[in-house]
Structures are given as C-alpha cells and as structure tokens.
Write a protein that binds this ligand. Sequence first.
Ligand code: GLC
Ligand code: CA
Length: 508
Amino acid sequence: MTPWWQSGAIYQIYPRSFLDTNGDGVGDLAGIVNRLDYLEWLGVDGIWLNPVMPSPNADWGYDVSDYCDVHRELGDLDILDQLVTEAGRRGIRILLDIVPNHTSDQHDWFHDSRSSRSAEHRDWYVWADGRGDDPPNNWRSVFGGPTWTFDEETGQWYMHNFLPEQPDLNWWNPGVRDAFDDILRFWFDRGIAGFRIDVAHGLVHDRELRDEPPDPEHPDRLQPIYSMNRPEVHDVYRRWRKICEQYEPACVLVGETHVLDPVVMASYYGQGDELQLAFNFAFVYAPFDAASLRDVVERTEAAIPEGGWPVWTLSNHDVIRFPTRWCDGDEAKARCALLALLLLRGTPFLYYGDELGLEQQNVPEEAQRDMAGRDGARTPMRWSNEPGLGFTEPGVEPWLPFGSGPNVAAERGEPGSSLSLCRGLLALRREHADLRRGPYASLQSPEDVWAWSRGDRYAAAVNLGEGEAVVEGLAGTILIGTSRDRDGEQVRAGLRLGAREGALLELS
Ligand code: GLC
Ligand code: CA
C-alpha cells in the first residue's frame, strides 16, 4: 500500500502567523483548528507545524525548553489533541517540528549541565577546555561568531552551532539518545503522524573536535565537516525509523537535510531504513530557469535510492518566498513554479501563502523580530482585506506587520487565481494515479522550456522564456494550464506555450 505521505501533499504552517483567535496578535493552535475547513477545501493531506513547544523564542521556537508540552502563547496539549482529532476527521495528518540538535539554554538539562563539571547532565552537552584564552577549535556558528561560549561558572566552553542560547546536545551520550526515543513516543502516542527534523544533518559532532578545513570554493569560509555532517548521524535515524515502524501507519520523518549535493542528501534515505523524506535544498536554491531546474530534478531522481521518494518545496520560513526569490514578483512565473511543484514525482510541501503567490514582505527595521532577517517570510496569513485581515481582531497589532499582497477571500472565488490553480492541481493529483505515482522523465524541449512526462499518459511543460515556444511531438488534452482559458484545449501538433506559461497534458 502506498503510504499517505507519498500520494499526499503537505502544507507548512508557521503557527504564530496563521490565525489569532484570542486577540493577542499571535496566531495559535485554535486558529489552525478554525482553518481546517480551508485546508480540506484546498486539498492537502498533511500539515507540518513549525515548533509549538515551549521556548524563550531566541530563535522563534527553535530553542526548546520542554519537548513534551505546548508553548502557552500557542495553546496547550488539549488543543493540540483536538487539532489532531479534527484534522483526522478531514483526512489531514499533523506533523510537528522536532529540534534535536540543540535545546534552549533555559532547558532544565542545560541548567543542570552548566551547574558543575560533575552534574548528571554535564555530558549531555558539548563542553571543552579552551586553547589558552581561545575557544577549543576554529568552528563557526551558523549565525556568526565562534561555535563556543565560555562559561565562567565551571571554566569551560560549550558548543552551539547556532546561537549561544541554543547549546548543542551531545549525541554521543546514550542518555540523550534515550531521552529522544521517549520524546518521539510521547508525540506518536498522541497521534502525531511524524516529524520534520530540524538541522537533520547536524546532530553528531566530531568527537575529537578537529578544526574545520577552509572551504576550497570560498577561502574566507570553513567547510563544516566536523561540527556537523558526521557519518554517525545515520545511526540516529536508523534507530528513529525503527520507532516509527512500530506505529500503524508508520510515522514519517522528513529531514531538514541542508546539504546541497543531491547525492549527499539522498544518503539520508539510507537503505530504506532512515528518513522517509529528505528536503532537497539544491532545488530551493537553484536558479529559476528551465535548464537548471531540469538538471537538479534529474540529479535528484538519479540520486534517490530505489523505493525512496523525493520532496519538493518552493519556500519555507528560512528562505525568501519563491514569488520574490525566483519570479521577481511576476505572477505568470509564480504560476509556472506552482504547476511544476505539484506535478513532479514526490511529496510537495506548500508553505502557507504559497498558494496565493504571496511575496516576501518588507518588514521595517523597528518591526523586525528575527535576529537573522527572516521576518519577511513569516508575516500573518492574508485571509481577507478587512481590518485585521481575517488574521486577528480589527485594531489588534499583529506580532509581525501584515505587509501587502493577495488574500484568500479575493482569490477563492476567482477561477483565474493562483489559489484556484493550486486547488485544481491538487485535485488532479488525487484523480489521476500517475500524477501521484508515475515516474518522471525529462522530455525534449526548446531552450527555455522544461518538459517532462509522468508515466505514459501525462506530460507537463513550463516555458520560462520571454517568447512563444512549441514542445514538439505532444498531442492530447490540456487538463490544466497556468492560463486557465486553455483548460480542455485539444493539442494536435505540439504543445504551444506563450511566454511564462505552463500546462499539463493528458496524452492521446
Ligand atoms: C533550522 C530552522 C531555522 C533555525 C535553525 C536553528 O534551519 O529551520 O529556522 O533558525 O534550524 O534551529
Ligand atoms: Ca493568539
């Protein structure tokens, strides 16, 4: 039987920005329950929630202070249970975000760890002596500065691949491994269908703390081959996969495998015994032109092991929203991107707002909340153009500014909207088995066009160029086009596409 996440599409929600039900300007879990009808109408099968666990929010939920509870601003365990039940009733499953690489510096484990060199949890984190007055080695944090912070109390340095408020756990310690087994089971027992794993490539660090070598391509940077990306991380996922398989259906693990080589990314599938899904950042960061996209999709398809399953995504809470990053705000191009996302072989992840073609927002300096400048991708969902945007009560100041752009109410009844296009594509995937399961193969096409087949009966193409183009040799019926007036058109001698236009064809 096909697992649900192979045939389904998943929708990523940034909970603080989806819907605020208590007028504090912050989205909450009750808001997500409230909008399940919308997600059912749209046609998604799963939801991934950015972190909902208690957190001091030094990195907006990615600094967890308790792995078995819900942040009070977002709700509580009862509301989360209700979300699981209500979503389940609509055929939608809930995935949470788990942050195993590091905790908050406010987690009890770290409080204990830093209290003395002989504390019970001392070795749960990575402590080392400095080199004279300098840190233990040359590792650099992803957010800048050394990976090490000196702790006066016990006279040693602790490691943090991210902020000093995010001390790295020591995954060499068996107690850490056992604790996470229990955390996984705690949530799976509550009906959580799986996890997106934060920094999935980063958990294990080099035991000898060797210096990173310089990056040959960027001499001013280091290659993070010892602070993360260690081979031993695969043991962790084999262990987690076994836990997942104890549930029916098996729980799913999708890794934030932030590695740019599809071959390395594909290693996280193991021999079908590690992650079921691994995010593909080579695709996210590819230039938006036909040759580059085709190339990264072909390399990904070739790298993923037999039985493995690709993941495709256009945007997330860390990167610039795709209509801005890829399409310079051009709606026709954004529609081509959505069509491609939903017609590749693999599980598509839509980031909230993608379905509207929502652009990156400009957040003025005084309203910025994130230390790494990512607020523009995290602004409130635009439900309507009424005061409060349908996100919060009129007059309430949202936690991040509303910005500007399309909204659900306006797009919903509009057959030519991006929202209708997404919904149409999701419906076609449900209707035609080959659009879910059919193999991908690139097709011959003119220079600015990327064309591919899905099984024997379907072909899709996007023309990302500025002139008209014809994909020769295709004949059939257009099932859906980015120009919706072409839906149903009979194609005889080749598929003609206007500039920045895409279509899906049922071949005759
Ligand atoms: C991941 C998250 C990002 C966070 C970082 C540290 O990359 O997606 O938002 O800042 O990990 O946890
Ligand atoms: Ca709220």
